[in-house]
Design a binder for this molecule. Structure first.
Ligand SMILES: *Cc1c(COP(=O)(O)O)cnc(C)c1O
Length: 431
């Protein structure tokens, strides 16, 4: 098992929508059953002594969090907004609060939450947090996020550490950080945090990194006489969009972890906080083809929606894989290469370029897999004021629930309300 998610439940829903709906289809569909199977598989493969958190910035939709909740130890927030949202949605789960540029008000909020660990990114942030914690009658758990160079791990485009970045503290700052922790007993150092790679597809290299994290944490423990129990080894497990089976080898990694833990943990627990690898496969973006045209010798299919909903292809700089669900019309083109675009008045609104298709006609549906992470929530949704896509969450028991996105106020105030059954045809009737 890897990052596979069967299209069948999604295609069945789309076929039904096609009959019901008078408007061309434009939707996100999330397969919550597939998500549950996947997170469960990830969890069950992890060796004893490891914790699994979900980095909510990959996809913070409430049904996604709800589906993951029984299988994760908690959730990671990368902003004050996410922290509030996670606390509201999952009040019983431990939270982690990381990310650069935290406001004092957000530090106050995090310190007041019943079970929230702060990932401190700099000496300045540690000083601000210390001043806040001094006035409290409870301890505040902190991890220091460190940016270290790991010998033997070459610099790649994907490295987020071991070179100058805004993330984490330099090892040179550690003596001062430790001194500050000692002066402010309300701050309780519970561990160190490392997130040096994103899009990591090499399980061996990730094992080397984890080993290095454990070794350096144990070295600091001894050198500074520290008492902490956990190393957070971050997320960043990579997805190969063109060939999902070449994505990060989670099972191989978990197998290798046992040996690493045996030899290097020395009593420390390991914590992971992946986002993309957890939720990417459960989401699909569907667009109905509105128009097919030839322009200066090349074919274009213009479909309902675009990168204002699904920015993943330009964000990754790739041609996103897709499937075609043929409609009732005779093909307008056959055995041609076609560029798939959306409705935006910009040449950047491209989801895949010059792709070979067997047959395509207006009314066909383009179905993009691997749209469950860094997709809808990284898109510039208000650009051109097109309506939001339809949202459906497939689950065996309830079949589906639907959320309608309502625009309100500023970019951070995207109102979320449940659609009233009368305003949208409800897929809950689907079987
Ligand atoms: C974004 C982020 C993650 C999750 O990264 P993925 O690539 O989605 O797994 C985890 N930890 C930190 C600190 C992050 O910034």
């Amino acid at each position: 098992m890897t990052l596979h998610c069967s299209p069948e439940p999604v295609e069945a829903l789309l076929a039904r929508w096609r009959i019901e709906s008078r408007e061309p289809i434009c939707a996100y569909v999330y397969d919550l059953d597939a998500l549950q199977r996947h997170v469960r598989w990830m969890r069950e493969a992890l060796p004893h002594g490891c914790e699994l958190y979900y980095a909510a910035k990959a996809n913070p939709e409430a049904p996604v969090l709800r589906t993951l909740a029984p299988w994760v130890d908690g959730f990671e927030a990368a902003s004050g907004g996410e922290l509030r949202w996670l606390h509201e949605q999952q009040p019983a789960h431990p939270l982690l609060f990381g990310g650069p540029g935290k406001l004092d008000s957000e530090l106050v909020l995090a310190a007041a939450l019943p079970d929230c660990t702060l990932h401190v990114e700099s000496l300045g942030e540690l000083a601000r947090l210390a001043a806040i914690a001094d006035g409290l009658d409870r301890n505040v758990p902190v991890f220091l996020r460190m940016n270290i160079a790991v010998p033997g791990i070459g610099d790649t485009r994907l490295m987020m550490g071991g070179k100058p970045t805004p993330f984490g503290m330099d090892e040179q700052d550690l003596p001062q950080a430790v001194a500050m922790l000692r002066e402010h007993p309300r701050l309780r150092l519970e561990g160190f945090h490392f997130h040096l790679m994103s899009h990591q597809r090499d399980a061996r290299m990730q094992l080397d990194l984890v080993r290095a994290y454990l070794d350096v944490a144990n070295r600091w423990k001894a050198a500074y006489g520290l008492d902490f129990a956990v190393v957070n080894a971050g997320g960043g497990f990579g997805v190969d969009y063109a060939d999902p089976s070449a994505s990060f080898d989670w099972l191989g990694f978990c197998t290798g972890l046992r040996g690493v833990l045996d030899r290097h943990a020395n009593g420390l627990r390991l914590r992971f906080e992946p986002g993309r690898y957890v939720s990417v496969a459960c989401g699909w973006y569907a667009m109905e083809v509105l128009d097919i045209k030839r322009n200066h010798g090349e074919w274009f299919a213009v479909a309902r929606g675009g990168t204002h909903h699904f920015r993943t292809p330009p964000a990754q700089g790739h041609d996103h894989p897709f499937r075609i669900l043929r409609g009732n019309h005779a093909p307008l083109i056959e055995h041609e290469r076609v560029t798939l675009v959306g409705q935006l008045c910009t040449p950047k609104d491209v989801l895949a370029r010059a792709q070979p298709v067997e047959a395509l006609a207006p009314g066909d549906c383009l179905l993009f897999p691997l749209a469950g992470a860094y997709a809808w929530n990284i898109s510039h949704q208000n650009f051109l004021m097109h309506p939001a896509p339809r949202m459906a969450f497939l689950q065996a028991e309830s079949m589906a629930e639907e959320v309608c996105y309502v625009r309100a106020g500023g970019p951070n105030q995207l109102g979320r309300t449940a659609a009233s059954p009368s305003s949208l045809p409800s897929p809950t009737q689907a079987t």
